[in-house]
Each structure stands twice: as C-alpha cells, then as structure tokens.
Ligand binder design. Structure first.
Ligand code: CMC
Length: 431
C-alpha cells in the first residue's frame, strides 16, 4: 500500500486533519481516516459499509463496474475453465498456484483430516429432523472449538495451517451428516480415495446397503461451483469471520459466525430463495405480476438472485453458471428443464425493465446455481450449505491474512448516537 496524496479536512473553526490517501495495486484509493477522530472529534458515517475499506487485502479483487473478479490476480473465467477447487483453495490460502507436487501434498493434507470426531456426530441427534441444515452446520462447526481449543494457538503459524486443513476437510463431512440426519439415513464416512467434490456427493447420496457410483458429470459441476463460490473479498460473512476472529476467538467459532452470516437471503441464502421464488412464479405468464411486486416498495418481495452491492454490471460468476447450466443439463440428459427456461425468461424480461436498468440490477451468482444443484440431486435446503463449503476456503484465507498481520487490531466500529440524552433515574412508583 502506497501513500501518494493527502486530503485536508477542516472543521471551519481552525481545526484540521491531514488524511493520507492510500493506493492499492488496483481499484479505488482509500482515505485513511484513522487520525480523524483524534484531530477533529468526528467519526465517519457509512451504514452498510458502502464506501468503507475495512482492511487491506491481497486475496481477491472485484471491479464491480466492469464485472471483473480475480483470485490472487487470476481471472475467475480462467480458473473456472482450467483449474480445480483444490488448486483454487491452495491459491487463495497461499497466494500462488501450486506445482503438481505441491498440489498433491496439499490435497493429501486435506484428505488426511476428513473424518470428524465420533462424538461430534452424536450432536446431530439433538436436532429435529426438520432442522435447517445451516443451523446444524453452524452449531456443529462452532462445537469444533470444544475439540480443538487448548491445542490451537492462533499466533502459531503451524497451528493455523493445521486448522485450515482441518476445517476445509471436515466441513463437507459435517454438511453431509446434517443432510443424512434430515433424511433419517445412516451417516456415510468420507472415502479418501475420492476427490473433494466426489466425496461430498458420496457422503450425501450413498447408503450403506447399496453400491454407489459418483456421477463424474455431477462431481465436475460441483467442483466448478465450489471454484466460483470460494471467495468474494469483504462480503458480509467474510467480514463477520474477520470481526469475530479479530477478538482472538477460536477460529472454528469465527467460521461458525461466518456460516450464520451467510445464511441470510440477502447473502448466501439467496440460492435457496431463488428456487423457492421460481417455483412460486411457476409459469412465464406469471412473471409480470412478480416483477411488479419486486418493484413495489410497499412489498417486501425482491427478485432473488438479482442485484449486488458491488457488481453494477453482470456478475461474471452468473455468466459462467448460466452457460454451465446448459452444458450440465445436456450432459445429464435433462435439457428440457422448466426451471431453467423460466429463469432465462425472467432474466430476459427483467433486464429490459426500466426499474432494473436504472438501478443496474443484474443476475448474481445465486440466480442460476440452484438449477444446477437441483439437477445433480441436491435438495433446496442444502444449497446454502454447498455455498458454505466452498466459502470456508475464503473465510480461512481472510482469517489467516488478518491474524498474520502484525498490525491487526480488534474490529470495533463506532456509532452516531441518536438515543436519549442523559437523564435522572425515576423510582418505579413515581413513573
Ligand atoms: N429486487 C428488486 N429491487 C432490488 C433488488 C432486487 N433483487 N435489489 C436491489 N433492489 C433495489 C432496491 O430496492 C433499491 O431501490 P431504490 O434505490 O429505489 O430504493 C436499489 O435497488 C438499491 O438496492 P439496495 O438494497 O440499496 O442495494 P444493496 O447493495 O444494499 O443490496 C443486495 C444488495 C444483493 C442485498 C440486493 O440487491 C438484494 O437484496 N438482492 C436479492 C438477494 C440476492 O440475490 N442476494 C445475493 C447476493 S450475491 C451472493 C452473495 O453475496 O452471497
């Protein structure tokens, strides 16, 4: 980060503050306001953090106007076409693409940790069968802190590395256990001869009484969806992981906080909400009625899978997934997919609508992903869990980056107080 200019801010009463402007390698510069409160006794006000850079980061870059997404400098389109989730995980965590040997070693380390402590499995029995899998995953991931607390020194780089392997390896096992619990089926242990996405599918769909062959088309599609969801810079769940982690909390607890933040329909929960919405719309004829509802400010209905805080152009991940939908459905022999047809028509109609044009609302990553998850047999309630599996890599990369920064401080936003001014307590019988 370089400093090239300063902003000068004055309070008009003789007080002033020199605010350095910091430039990154790409993207808008940031005004460093750290001295503002000391110099002028004011805070900045930015609800929703629309104009606030909370940290420096070297991991992921987004240009929302141009529809660009880079992981460690590599365009998402190239990674989607040529890479794999394990390779992308290595890249996000360690900053460079691995050699063949490094990749094998890294994948081996992940495989080594896929099993979860047997007593963690028993936690699932405490949940109702209709518990949402995100609630189970969040709870069980937080519980991992109970198994790895005394042995986890966040300032020890080797401990951090083992943590990163463990959580990336175990989150699919936990996710699949949540699914099996919902179905009332026996848990399927991980099979370490399988690849990462293959293992997810095997644990989700295999049963002990029958042979199960993972469909390579489904495994490839899932691996690609994992690549596309692996990181997205300082989004709500990643910022949650950073904030929780900045207190020095056990990192499994911080990741669990990230899972909870991801669950909301404005964030990762949108993939589940999109499918629910498409099923609710039902037919092309009903689209105008739902679009009208999405535009009506007195209704809480929004077009799920549309709009993004950062992208004011096509989300490049949505473009890749839309293409992928056609390919995967054709390969699975399900080209005739009414949900995809409906989604395509909805996109077409919305993109011509003045409301969506004026607000630069485009389909985001979640608009089409559910169509693929459904086609490979993943139930709707598990969509956001799939997102959480992939995003765990990003959360861990950001947590690692933050903890290894010697300048790390606890995250502690300030506020603009609008409550009552100081007043005297009144005894209850006098109120
Ligand atoms: N449908 C209808 N109107 C919308 C939508 C939508 N999906 N998204 C934004 N708007 C309108 C909003 O009402 C506002 O209108 P106005 O200026 O007249 O008040 C304007 O567009 C700006 O919206 P905003 O709420 O200020 O934008 P934001 O940056 O705070 O919110 C968002 C971004 C993604 C939460 C929002 O677009 C949304 O709720 N989308 C639907 C949920 C969704 O698909 N979420 C997944 C995001 S991508 C994956 C991820 O991050 O996990």
């Amino acid at each position: 980060m370089t400093e090239n200019k300063t902003f000068e801010l004055s309070n008009g009463r003789g007080g002033g503050s020199q605010l350095p402007v910091r430039s990154g390698t790409m993207g808008p510069a940031a005004i460093d306001i750290a001295g503002l409160h000391k110099d002028l006794e004011v805070f900045t006000y930015d609800p929703g953090f629309g104009a606030t850079a909370a940290t420096e980061s070297r991991i992921t870059y987004i240009d929302g106007d141009a529809g660009v997404l880079l992981y460690r400098g590599y365009p998402i389109e190239q990674l989607a076409q040529k890479s794999s989730f394990m390779e992308v995980a290595y890249l996000l965590l360690l900053g460079e693409l691995p050699s063949q040997k490094q990749l094998e070693e890294f994948s081996g380390n992940i495989r080594y940790h896929t099993m979860i402590n047997e007593s963690l499995l028993r936690f699932f029995n405490a949940f109702n069968h209709n518990a949402h899998p995100m609630a189970m995953v969040s709870g069980v991931v937080a519980s991992m802190a109970a198994f790895y607390h005394e042995t986890m020194d966040i300032h020890n780089p080797r401990h951090r590395e083992i943590f990163s392997h463990r959580i990336i390896a175990k989150i699919p096992t936990i996710a699949a256990a949540a699914h099996k619990h919902s179905l009332g089926q026996p848990f399927i242990y991980p099979l370490n001869k399988l690849g990462y996405a293959e293992n997810v599918l095997n644990m989700l769909f295999a049963v002990p009484c029958e042979e199960y062959q993972v469909d390579p088309i489904a495994a490839k599609a899932l691996d690609l969806l994992f690549v596309l969801h692996a990181d997205h810079e300082q989004n709500a769940s990643t910022s949650t992981v950073r904030l929780a982690g900045s207190t020095g909390a056990n990192p499994y607890a911080a990741i669990s906080a990230g899972v909870s933040a991801l669950w909301g329909p404005a964030h990762g929960g949108a993939n589940e909400a999109v499918l629910a919405m498409l099923e609710q719309i039902g037919t092309v004829e009903n689209i105008p009625q739902y679009l009208a509802m999405a535009k009506d400010k007195s209704s809480h209905f929004r077009l799920m899978g549309f709009g993004h805080r950062v992208y004011k152009n096509f989300d490049p991940r949505a473009t890749i997934i839309r293409e992928m939908c056609h390919k995967v459905l054709a390969q699975l022999g399900r080209s005739d997919n009414p949900l995809l047809e409906l989604a395509l028509r909805l996109e077409e109609i919305a993109l011509k609508d003045e409301y969506f044009i004026a607000r630069k609302l485009y389909p985001n990553v979640d608009f089409y992903s559910g169509v693929i998850y459904s086609a490979i047999g993943i139930p709707r309630s598990m969509f956001t869990v799939m997102f959480a599996i992939a995003r765990t890599v990003g959360w861990v990369a950001h947590w690692q980056e933050m903890i290894s920064d010697p300048a790390m401080r606890i995250g502690r936003p300030r506020q603009l107080y609008t409550g009552a001014t100081k007043r005297e307590y009144i005894q209850v019988d006098m109120r």
